[in-house]
Design a protein around this ligand. Structure first.
Ligand code: PRP
Length: 216
C-alpha cells in the first residue's frame, strides 16, 4: 500500500474508546475491528495499518519508527519518556495517578516502600517531594501490595475509585490527571505530514464538538 500510515493501538481499556473516536472522525474500520485477535490489521480503503500492542509498549514502536503514530495514555508517556512528539490530547480514558495506601498509616521512617507499575514516574515524584523511598515494581493488581504488607504506599491509576474502595484503601495525594494522547514519530511527522495533518484535523473536530456538547 502506498502512503500507508501505521498506527500503534493499545490493547485493553483504551482500545475501544480510541476505535470509536476514529469512527466518529469518519474513518471506516471493519465491524470485527474490536473483536479480532489479529495483531496487525490492515484497513486498505483508509490506507491504515494498525498494530495492537501492550499499552506500555506503544511509545517504543513509535520511537523506533515501526509505527508512525500511536495512541498512548499520558501515564505511559510520563513513565517511558520516549523520543516521540505528542500531537493531540484525545480526551478519552480520563483517570488520574495517585498515591494511595491503608487509612491512618504513616510511611515507614526508614526506607518506606512504594509499589507501582510506574517505577520511573513514582521515583521522580517522591524525589521531587524530597522523600527517599524504595520502589517495588509490580505488573498489575498493585492494590494488593499494602494489603499484604509488601509496601507502605502505592502509586497507581484511579479511574472510578472502585478498586481502592473495595480494598479498603484511601487516596493520599493526587499526582497528575491522565488522558490518552496521539503521538508521532519525529521522522514520520516530516515525511508523511499531509496525511498526518488530515488525521489530526478530523480528530480535532470530533474532540471539539464533543467538548461543545458537554458544555451545553
Ligand atoms: C487499573 C489500575 C487500578 C484500577 C483502577 O488496573 O491499576 O488497579 O484499574 O480503576 P478503578 O479506579 O476504576 O477501580 P487494571 O484494571 O488496568 O489492571 P491491573 O491491576 O492488572 O493493572
Amino acid at each position: 500500500m502506498e502512503d500507508l500510515i501505521t498506527i500503534a493501538m493499545p490493547k485493553g481499556r483504551i482500545f475501544e474508546e480510541a476505535a470509536e473516536l476514529l469512527r466518529e472522525a469518519g474513518f471506516r474500520l471493519p465491524p470485527e475491528f474490536e473483536d479480532s485477535r489479529k495483531l496487525i490489521i490492515d484497513v486498505e480503503e483508509e490506507r491504515f495499518r494498525f498494530i495492537l500492542a501492550k499499552p506500555m509498549d506503544v511509545p517504543t514502536y513509535v520511537e523506533h519508527g515501526v509505527a508512525d503514530l500511536g495512541i498512548s495514555g499520558k501515564d505511559v508517556l510520563l513513565e517511558e519518556e520516549r523520543d516521540v512528539y505528542e500531537l493531540l490530547d484525545l480526551k478519552i480514558s480520563d483517570c488520574y495517578l495517585a498515591v494511595a495506601g491503608l487509612p491512618r498509616t504513616k510511611m515507614n521512617d526508614v526506607a518506606p516502600k512504594v509499589a507501582t507499575k510506574y517505577p520511573n514516574l513514582a521515583a521522580r515524584f517522591f524525589r521531587e517531594q524530597g522523600e527517599q523511598v524504595e520502589i517495588i515494581k509490580l505488573n498489575g493488581s498493585i492494590e494488593l501490595a499494602p494489603l499484604i504488607g509488601l509496601s507502605d504506599r502505592i502509586v497507581d491509576i484511579v479511574s472510578t475509585g472502585r478498586t481502592l474502595l473495595e480494598n479498603g484503601l484511601i487516596e493520599y495525594e493526587r499526582i497528575v490527571d491522565i488522558t490518552s494522547r496521539l503521538i508521532v514519530n519525529p521522522v514520520s511527522y516530516r515525511m508523511k505530514d499531509a496525511r498526518i495533518h488530515e488525521l489530526v484535523e478530523k480528530l480535532t473536530d470530533v474532540i471539539e464538538n464533543k467538548l461543545a456538547l458537554d458544555r451545553l
